[in-house]
Design a protein around this ligand. Sequence first.
Ligand code: CA
Length: 439
Amino acid sequence: MPSLKEAHKSKKLTIMLITANDPKRKSWLNVDADSDFPIQNIPFGVFLTKDNVITIGTRIGDYTIDLGALHQLGYFKGIDLTDDVFLQDRLNDFIAHGKGIWRLVRNRIADLFDAENTKLQNKKKDRNKIIFDVADIEMHLPVNVGDYTDFYSSKEHATNVGTMFRDPNNALLPNWLHIPVGYHGRSSSIVPTGKAIHRPYGQSKPAGADNPVYGPSKLVDFELEMAFITSDVNKLGERIDIKEAEDYIFGLVLFNDWSARDIQAWEYVPLGPFLGKSFGSTISPWIVTLDALEPFRTESPKQDPKPFEYLQQTGKMSFDIHLDAFIKPENGDENLVTHSNFKYMYWTMAQQLTHHTSNGCNVRTGDMMGSGTISGPTPDSYGSMLELSWRGTKPLKLSDGTERKFINDNDTVILRGYCKNDKVKIGFGDCAGKLLPAL
Ligand code: CA
C-alpha cells in the first residue's frame, strides 16, 4: 500500500480525463435501459461468490466483475497497484491508493468492457473466471468504517424538527447557519443492504408521564440520507483547504440512519444522539465514485449569512441525485412514501469535510460521513416518518389499507437513488433493511 505522501503525489494524475464517463460508450455485457449500473457507473463493492470466495468487484448491468481475478490475469498492467489490493474483504487498501489510481482503474475497466474492445470479450476462459451473475453473489460491507460522523445539513429537515420540538419562530438554533452541525456515530452497527435490524430496547419518557419507562421503542423511524467515504485526508493537527476537500472523497452510498424517536427525545440532552441511533444503520453496498457523479454537478442552496472564509466555495458543489424511500409491509407491496434530492443539502460534502478537519482532527481511509436526513421543501419530500406523519399527527395510508405513523415490525424500508440526464442514468442499487420485533 502506498504511503499517505505517495497517495497524495498520485493526485497529479487527477488532471487525467475521466474517460470512463463517456456517455457514448456501450458494453459488450447486456445492460437494461433502466439499469442503475451502465458501463459509465463502475462502482466498487465487496462480494462473496458461490464458491465462497470474498473479493472486491464492480458491476455492469446484472453482472458482477471480480477485480481480484482481473488483476491476477494482468488486465491492470501499467497501473501502480499492489498485488493483493483486490484480494481483500474490504476496499480500504484500494481507497488508500488515492484519487489518481481510482480514476485509472475506472478508466481501464470501462475500456475492457467497451463493446469496441475485444481483448477480454474474446477470451472465454478469462471471462468465466471474472464475470458472475448478480443473482449468484452476496454483497458484503464495502469498507471497514473506522469512524462514522453524521451531519445535520438539510435546512428543511432541521427547520421541521425545530418547529415540532421547540419553536416554529426560532426553528433553527443560532449555530446552524454557521456550522455544519454533526455528531460522532457508532460504526460497529453499520450493515449492508439486506441485513435485518431489531427494534431496540431503551429508556423513554411517554408524553404526560411523570417517570421514564424501559422497553421496546414504540417510535422507530428511518432517515433518508447519503454518506460519503473518505481516503486519508490529513495528519493529526493539519487542516485542509476547502478547494482540496473533494480529492479525498472516494464515493457515496445510500444511508438509512435508523432512529428510535422516543429513545432519542429522552436521551439527547445535553450531549446529542446516542442509543436512539446506534442500534443499526443500513448502507447500499456499491460505492458510486465521485468521478461517476461528475456529469450531475449542480448548485447548492445559496448560503446566507456568508460562511466563514474557510468554508467558502465556488462552482457547482452539489449533485443532482433523486432519492426515494419505500415502505414494504410483510407480504405487501412497496409504497413510495417520499422523494427527495441530495441537492437540497445546505452544507456541501466539501464544507462538511473541511469543517471536520478544521480543528486538526485526522480523517482516515474508510471513514464515513452521513449527510443528515435530506428533506425537500414540500411535505411529500420529507426524509423521515417523523416529518412525513408530522410527529404522528398525520398517518400515511399504505396500499393495503393500513396506516403508518412510524415503522411497524416486519416492515422493510427501501431507499433508492439515481442521477439521470438525457444520455445516462447512474444509480446506487437498493439500500434495504427489515425491522424485526425486539429481541
Ligand atoms: Ca441522521
